[in-house]
Design a protein around this ligand. Structure first.
Ligand SMILES: [Mg+2]
Length: 283
């Protein structure tokens, strides 16, 4: 059956509306500065291994802070669990520790859907607390706001957003990041004025559905005519699908092949023709 024509699109910001990654090294440096001297080298080694998928902590996994375990989940159920050194827990123990669906938060069960959270998890493993990680995060976002941080716009994205707007498709931006730096990033990309509404500090995945419900009610768009576009399966895709929205997952790292998104692409450039098709506009 054909899906409904999309009338509203909710975009994530980081890793979706821009694809630059050089700020992660800056962030790693900011975190490393705050880690005790005896763990700085370990932190650096684990970071370098994690981004090439040679460490159990990697994009797409969950970090259980209290138990110091790295989890692989499917729909919130734990399928695999690793100790930090890579030792895998047996099925019996997994069932005993995690009999129910797990709930994500931002302090004890971390959803590492992108490199931001992989870095936070590694830093947490080496003793950094949430306050220190947040300071490092805010310093990184300040760096991203300054002129030295050159951003490379995604070819065709701005043109596509303009064309969607001209065709009366409501555009939204929903990010977990704070407003000042996110606005500065959107300004750099020259797309800051194209959205009907921007949601900052969005508290995804916990509050994702709340914002989609607000859009549905306030802008009078049924869920099946709303498209969610993002690079984080747990934050942007699963909650939107549960409401009946259409979804495009940007799976930059190729870790979500079995995910239930309507479309899975490697980057925004691949998503643009799909968006054109779903909204029935011509680019
Ligand atoms: Mg993102």
């Amino acid at each position: 059956m054909d899906k409904s024509k999309v009338k509203a699109i909710v975009f994530d910001l980081d890793g979706t509306l821009y694809e630059d990654t050089h700020h992660f090294d800056y962030y790693a440096n900011q975190l490393e500065k705050r880690i005790t001297d005896n763990h700085k080298a370990d932190f650096r080694d684990d970071y370098e291994l994690s981004i090439v998928y040679k460490h159990p902590m990697q994009v797409g996994r969950i970090y259980d802070v209290k138990r110091d375990l790295i989890l692989v989940t499917d729909n919130g159920y734990v399928k695999k669990a690793f100790e930090w050194n890579g030792t895998q827990l047996n099925k019996e123990l997994i069932n005993e520790l995690y009999p129910d669906q797990i709930t994500y938060d931002f302090h004890s069960m971390l959803n590492c859907g992108d490199i931001w959270w992989v870095l936070i998890s590694i830093a947490t493993h080496y003793g950094l607390d949430g306050k220190e990680s947040n300071e490092a995060f805010l310093e990184t976002r300040s760096f991203m706001m300054c002129e030295d941080f050159i951003m490379k716009p995604i070819p065709g994205l701005k043109q596509m957003l303009n064309s969607l707007k001209d065709n009366h498709i409501d555009l939204f931006m929903l990010t977990n990041s704070p407003e000042p730096d996110s606005e500065a990033i959107l300004k750099k990309l020259k797309i800051d004025e194209l959205f009907s509404k921007k949601f900052f500090n969005g508290n995804k995945p916990i509050s994702t559905q709340k914002w989609f419900e607000e859009i549905q009610q306030h802008y009078h768009v049924p869920f099946d005519e709303i498209l969610s576009v993002g690079d984080n399966l747990i934050n942007e895709i699963d909650p939107a699908r549960q409401l009946g929205c259409q979804t495009i997952l940007i799976d930059t790292h190729g870790v979500n092949k079995g995910a239930g998104a309507d479309y899975i692409v490697r980057n925004m450039s691949e998503a643009l023709p799909i968006i054109a098709k779903l909204t029935k506009i011509t680019e």
